[in-house]
Design a binder for this molecule. Sequence first.
Ligand code: DX5
Ligand code: ZN
Length: 216
Amino acid sequence: MSHLIAPSLLSADFLNLERDIEMLNNSEADWIHLDIMDGVFVPNISFGFPILNRLKEKTSKPLDVHMMIVEPEKFIPEVAAAGAHTMNVHYEACTHLHRVINEIKKHGMKAAVTLNPHTPVILLEDIINDLDMVLLMSVNPGFGGQKFIEHSVEKVRKLKELIINKGSNALIEVDGGVNLETGKRLIDAGADVLVAGNFVFGSDDPIKTIKALKSM
Ligand code: DX5
Ligand code: ZN
């Protein structure tokens, strides 16, 4: 499988959201990444269901929802009803992760677990076979446009090794500070999906930037 690109809407122009969604529709973007923040799990607040619920009317691209909130299990039915393809919950936010993953799947979504930069991949050893994807944070979550944490490349390698050793089908997604340079190294290390916010929306020609990320 060639790698997938998931632009993060967090860096879009919220006064021109429809225009930016149209741009993504006309681009080679594979998924749209949506960052939900609660001001508790992360030190920032983004957007919630009023926006999420309108997106499926405007795009047929799969919606990759990244929940940066405490108790994400409370919102599984709402995220499913918003038409999400994948629901990402943080390892650090779920005491009963196995139960949460099963609930997400029961609601017809792909289940993904997200790891903060300090959380080692080995902690997924006993759940990796239940996961559709692992999302590795390559910045501390909460903001777009941050500097890539170098250690993430090695972490992708370790996760790939775990996935192969366990015979898991989980994809590896990486989020934070992705550009053509970091992106290429992540792909070479085994990443399947790259999230990019600032690098796409901050560029002069986002469609061209997505194409460049896609053809790395
Ligand atoms: C950060 C979010 C990311 C963010 C990435 O907390 O999870 O998805 O939008 O932004 P960039 O690509 O600008 O680092
Ligand atoms: Zn994200």
